[in-house]
Design a protein around this ligand. Structure first.
Ligand SMILES: [Zn+2]
Length: 139
């Protein structure tokens, strides 16, 4: 299995009733909030994904499938799970789903994925104020 470059995110997302917005350098979203979108993506509820601007195309594709994982996971994480577990689940669900579209994560992207996950270790101790009430969540 090999990757074929950037997939059509919206075409894939439409299979799940999800709308995708891709931020590009210089567009309205970028000019308003800039670097918050650098190497980061977001999901809004379970039906919207905002893909940021990435230094590495494979980071971007992997992140799309990560956000897709957040949207389509059937795990509810009721109870004492950490945010770390929710993030790990989204990677596992998303990258598993990616097989359907011929995408496998590049070995060089593993470090990026681990750094994303590491950023959530200890998250509960430095919880973002109002996080639970915000529609748009940094993932
Ligand atoms: Zn996430």
């Amino acid at each position: 299995m090999s990757n074929l470059g950037r997939p059509d995110y919206q075409q894939i997302a439409s299979n799940y009733g999800i709308t995708v917005h891709k931020v590009e350098v210089g567009d309205e979203t970028w000019n308003e909030s800039g670097s918050v979108h650098l190497n980061r993506s977001f999901c809004g509820g379970i039906d919207e994904i905002v893909i940021g601007v990435y230094e590495d195309i494979d980071w971007e594709i992997a992140s799309f499938f990560h956000e897709l994982g957040h949207c389509i996971t059937t795990n509810t994480f009721e109870g004492d799970y950490l945010k770390f577990h929710i993030e790990l689940d989204a990677w596992m669900v998303g990258l598993q789903e990616a097989y359907k579209y011929g995408y496998v994560i590049q070995p060089s992207t593993l470090k990026f994925m681990i750094e994303c996950l590491e950023s959530y270790i200890g998250w509960e101790e430095r919880e973002v104020r109002g996080y639970k009430n915000e529609k748009w969540r940094l993932h």
